[in-house]
Design a protein around this ligand. Structure first.
Ligand code: AMP
Ligand code: MG
Length: 406
């Protein structure tokens, strides 16, 4: 069942083929941040909803000013929220505020800065005035019925602005995928627990749950998996109802690594084990299929903290995005390698890098000389992984490489 290591892309493809988008549910606007639209959101009404003024000034008829400045009699006022009660007729104007409706009859605005008032009339100093000057047209931002947000859009600040702007009270979103993290190993301690010889603090339970939340999951820590087959199996079995189950540690070839065997006993189908990459080679991916129910995607990530975070980013995050109806790999790009490096035969290397702007574009600089998979601090300040493809040999600083944002 082991087989040859797969490429990262091939392993990802197997996982994505099993990902099923969660059910949709209406979500009130105030709770939409970070959620993914399950359906296109349309504007019921045009945005702006009516022709309105871009400036504080006077609403006029441009035809009155075609031949230059003429005093126009002020007949009323249109304020933001309080339209003028009267129409603007020939030879007339109305005072108007920014955002106020253009009164009937008027077709242009003369800004206060370009006008002078005297004896109940206004003179436009910058006449003639073009029809439509300083008028914001109804529907110029969104026509009525237009798609404001496409299905699959993650709602951020800009999206919330648009949704609120078109008066949408709630959005149909994919349910946040439920993701549970279990960490395995008799050496692991919770913060504050006294350390016996050989014990370490469990860092992955925090970093992985955090990464899952950042990627939009309803994520929780589901407990530990002690290093026996029975306890590992029991811990996993209790959490198989998650949409995504992330098991960290115990997935390699050590005598006390029981995760793969426990999963086999529980009927979780292996999609792959071992990927041609560093860090993170022993990564395992699989699925529990249940008739009539949603499948659970199961991940066995290596316990080394950097491997755990890198493989979460490479395999779990895309599957999580796909499960919430989002594009699984939204922002691949390239950057200029900031240091000489060398590739490895037969596996891709993912370097933790910080992006720095240069005159020729973004440069990817390794965050640490120590790129060992146990060097937790090498993740500090890392905002991308630079991909050094298998068999690259020597790569000189200045070469362009693919980068995955973290
Ligand atoms: P494993 O994948 O279980 O073989 O563990 C590989 C290395 O990662 C060992 O040095 C473990 O002590 C360490 N490790 C495993 N799980 C965690 C964890 N949750 N937090 C920090 N280090 C861990
Ligand atoms: Mg272990």
């Amino acid at each position: 069942m082991s087989g040859a290591p797969l490429s990262v892309a091939a392993a990802c493809e197997l996982l994505l083929a099993e990902a099923r988008v969660t059910e949709s549910e209406p979500v009130p606007l105030a709770e939409c941040l970070g959620r993914v639209c399950a359906e296109p959101v349309r504007a019921d009404a045009p945005l702006p909803g009516f022709d309105n003024s871009a400036m504080d000034g006077y609403a006029v008829r441009s035809a009155d000013l075609a031949d230059g400045a003429t005093p126009l009699r002020i007949v009323g006022e249109s304020r933001a929220g309080v339209p003028a009660a009267v129409a603007v007729g020939a030879g007339e104007a109305a005072r108007i505020s920014t955002g106020a409706a253009i009164p009937a009859g008027a077709d242009a605005v003369v800004p206060v800065e370009q006008a002078r008032e005297q004896d109940g009339a206004v003179v436009a100093e910058a006449a003639p005035v073009e029809a439509g000057a300083f008028v914001r047209r109804a529907g110029e931002d969104l026509e009525a019925g237009a798609v404001a947000l496409a299905a699959g859009t993650r709602v951020g600040a800009a999206e919330l602005g648009v949704l609120a702007g078109v008066g949408v009270p709630a959005v149909v979103c994919a349910r946040r995928p439920r993701l549970v993290v279990l960490t395995g190993g008799d050496e692991l301690l919770a913060p504050g627990e006294p350390a016996a010889p050989g014990q370490i603090f469990d860092s992955n339970r925090f970093s992985l749950v955090a990464m899952a939340r950042e990627a939009g999951a309803e994520a929780s820590y589901g407990g530990g998996m002690p290093d026996t087959l029975e306890q590992t199996r029991a811990a996993i079995e209790a959490r198989l109802d998650a949409d995504l189950l992330v098991l960290c540690g115990g997935v390699s070839v050590g005598r006390h690594d029981h995760v793969k065997e426990a999963l086999a006993e529980l009927g979780v189908e292996q999609l792959f084990w071992r990927v041609a990459l560093r860090p993170g080679a022993p990564t395992w991916g699989g699925v529990l299929r249940r008739p009539g129910a949603r499948p659970t995607l199961v991940f066995g990530l290596p316990g080394n903290p950097v491997s755990a975070q890198v493989t979460f980013r490479l395999f779990v995050a895309p599957a999580l995005l796909a499960t919430s109806g989002h594009d699984p790999e939204p922002r691949r790009t390239t950057a200029i390698l900031g240091e000489d490096t060398r590739g490895l035969p037969g596996r891709d290397v993912y370097l933790r890098c910080r992006l720095e702007p240069g005159p020729d574009g973004w440069h990817a600089l390794p965050t640490s000389e120590r790129q060992g998979s146990h060097i937790l601090t090498s993740m500090l300040g890392a905002d991308c992984l630079a991909v050094i493809p298998a068999g690259s040999g020597e790569l000189a600083a200045g070469e362009r490489v693919e980068v995955l944002p973290l």
